[in-house]
Design a protein around this ligand. Sequence first.
Ligand code: FES
Length: 100
Amino acid sequence: MSYYRHHVFFCCNQRDDGRPCCNAKGASGLRDYAKQRAKELDLAGGVRINQAGCLDRCEEGPCIVVYPEAVWYTYVDRADIDEIIDEHLQNGRVVERLRI
Ligand code: FES
């Protein structure tokens, strides 16, 4: 049994050598947005959102992984984050269109 109902890791790795990285695609800002939304929706007790370093799926990013299901997603904007929160974190339904 996991401690959190859902534990979400956002890769926020920043590279400055020209290689792809999640932070160059808006990861930090959307991590902050996700945390804010989780708080507003009062998910905080069961959902934990943490920053991670490189998760080694850089080409497919920006990426997050949701445990305990170990489901990976990519996203481009707030609407995608809203969908992951509403569907997966609140209702337990995997968002297949964003899955990687
Ligand atoms: S930089 Fe995000 S997975 Fe590597």
